[in-house]
Design a protein around this ligand. Structure first.
Ligand code: C2O
Ligand code: CU
Ligand code: CU
Length: 548
């Protein structure tokens, strides 16, 4: 592997004058990496007799076809589920959608999920956002073969919030999610219930994804190296699995549970009439108080809890949620080559387009009021961290060869010293772009390329960095002056006051976070949630240890 990378690096340096055009001609190293996973072989986990489940369901991942566009049905991979024990509203299907059922869990419940792999390939499911033991977290080492069953058992420790379930199979997350395997998982708790927020018909999931279809309505996926390097972008927006999504609403407040389920696309969400967006929660649940924003950035894997109040609007009124224009997400090189490298995508990255339309169809006189206090967040101070002056690094490096974290591609159970973390510690961490001169960022420091500018700046792009396990706090963001102009197009759209598990790190940006590592030992992944990047190896693990 090391030598293959070196050969490719040399080839890159030889061809670098051709810039990104050279990407397409590189051999696909993804397939070469396919059999170096080195996961230990173990029989899939079985149900344990002494785990008394409050909730139990069978979750199937299988092949199917659904009507997405008019005409021919689209072949998909999808989740479905059957409840065995527990409250009836534990599973709610989204009619006619390839998305998995909405899963509703309560804090404190003991949950058993029997995952049945009915796909013709290995798979495993991860509960993105949930704090569960390492062997229940959907690590790729636990992927099961076609026909096999994997039993998950865990207690819901999370506070109320919106989470995601999706596959995490080795180098197959992006394709399986793209083909339709994903769903929303809500945790409910008493703090949330006491607020009496809009519920049932007034609480709506909004899962935003982008896809490309061929003439026969079949999904089209990444075909070249460039699609993996920048991430794969559809040219059609789907909400809850449907194109041209519309909702009928009453003139009252709604709670929109928004999830960016796209592989790579980042959205800049705003109402089309200039109404600010009222945000009441993010990845890790409710904010302490509502945050009102002109627009909100939402990267893959991130969630948003939106208070959408249609009070005072007349029947016939409509409000469109759009993604507004912004810049800086793609490498400058790619942005310059624009249409050509994006295969003239009808929906260029950072362009302005509509996501869904809400039509007011009924006037009502009463509406719940937005609470001014939403929740209490148990925060950690810098002085609670094990390393207040010495943040653990999460270094992002990009090159046409590889997308890396801490200078390394994914390798199973291969923690660096800074990736070994003592159980029950709280850590200060710093996520930053490393275009350093040492060449450890994939050789970009060579040939006179300078930190922060030049080649580093030309290659730098936005990455939604996701850490498994407990939610973290965002402590600070800082931006390199070279990127200030692009950054100005997104900077008012970050909500850093809540708990997060995924944070968008823009080019030139450094983000500091505080994250607890409590309760469970073992290997927990962290990775870019641009799923093409993840599958290229932009993923590492933290080893949480108790005694050495
Ligand atoms: Cu949503 Cu490791 O993933
Ligand atoms: Cu996750
Ligand atoms: Cu990335």
């Amino acid at each position: 592997m090391a030598s293959a990378t070196n050969i490719q690096r040399r080839r890159f340096l030889g061809q670098s004058t051709f810039g990104l055009a050279a990407f397409a001609s590189f051999p696909n190293i993804l397939s070469a990496m396919g059999d170096m996973q080195g996961f230990p072989k173990e029989a899939p986990n079985k149900a344990s007799a002494n785990f008394k489940a409050d909730v139990e369901f069978d979750l199937f991942c299988s092949l199917g076809s659904v009507a997405i566009l008019p005409g021919q049905q689209t072949k998909v991979q999808h989740y479905s589920a059957v409840l065995k024990t527990g409250p009836k509203d534990t599973l709610i299907d989204i009619p006619g959608s390839y998305l998995g059922p909405l899963i509703n869990l309560h804090k404190g419940q003991k949950v058993r999920i029997n995952l049945h792999n009915q796909l013709p390939e290995p798979s495993v499911t991860h509960w993105h956002g949930l704090h569960v033991p390492a062997n229940m977290d959907g690590h790729p080492q636990y992927a099961i073969l076609p026909g096999a069953v994997l039993v998950y058992e865990f207690e819901v420790l999370n506070r109320a919030g919106m989470n995601i379930y999706h596959p995490h199979a080795h180098e197959a997350t992006a394709t399986q999610v793209y083909n339709g395997l994903a769903g929303a998982l809500f945790v409910r708790d008493e703090e949330e219930a006491a607020l009496e927020l809009p519920s049932s018909a007034y609480e709506l999931p909004i899962v935003i994804q982008d896809r490309r279809f061929d003439q026969q309505n079949q999904l089209v996926y990444a075909s070249n190296r460039h699609d993996h390097m920048v991430g794969y972008y559809g040219d059609q927006i789907l909400v809850n699995g449907k194109p041209n999504f519309q909702i009928d609403v009453e003139s009252r407040a709604y709670r929109l549970r928004v999830l960016n389920g796209s592989n790579a696309r980042i959205y800049k969400l705003a109402w089309d009439d200039g109404t600010p967006i009222t945000v009441i929660g993010v990845d890790g649940g409710l904010l302490e108080q509502p945050d009102v924003k002109p627009y909100v950035m939402l990267a893959p894997g991130e969630r948003l809890d939106v208070w959408a109040d249609f009070s005072g609007r007349n029947v016939g009124a409509q409000l469109v949620l759009r993604s507004l224009g912004f810049s800086g997400v793609l490498p400058k090189m790619a942005e310059r080559m624009g249409g050509m490298m994006m295969h003239a995508n009808k929906l260029p990255v950072g362009s302005d387009f509509s996501i869904f339309t809400a039509h007011v169809t009924k006037k009502v006189s009463d509406s719940p009021k937005l609470p001014s206090k939403l929740s209490t967040i148990a925060r950690h101070a810098l002085s609670d961290t094990a390393n207040p002056n010495n943040p653990l690094p999460i270094a992002i490096s990009e090159s046409p060869m590889a997308m890396l974290l801490n200078g390394k591609a994914y390798a199973f159970n291969d923690p660096l010293p800074t990736e070994r973390i003592k159980l029950n510690s709280i850590q200060l961490m710093e996520i930053f772009h490393d275009h350093g001169a040492g060449g450890h960022g994939g050789g970009m420091g060579m040939g006179g390329m300078k930190h922060g500018g030049g080649m580093g700046m030309m290659m730098s792009m936005a990455h939604p960095i996701h850490l498994h396990g407990q939610q973290f706090q965002i402590v600070s963001r800082s931006i390199n002056a070279n990127h200030a102009e692009d950054y100005a197009t997104v900077r008012d759209g970050f909500i850093d006051s809540g708990l997060k598990d995924t944070v968008l790190v823009m080019p030139g940006e450094t983000v500091r976070i505080i994250k607890p590592f409590q309760d469970f030992t073992g290997l927990f992944m962290y990775h870019c949630h641009n799923l093409e990047h993840e599958d290229m190896g932009m993923m590492r693990e933290f080893l949480i240890y108790d005694k050495v």
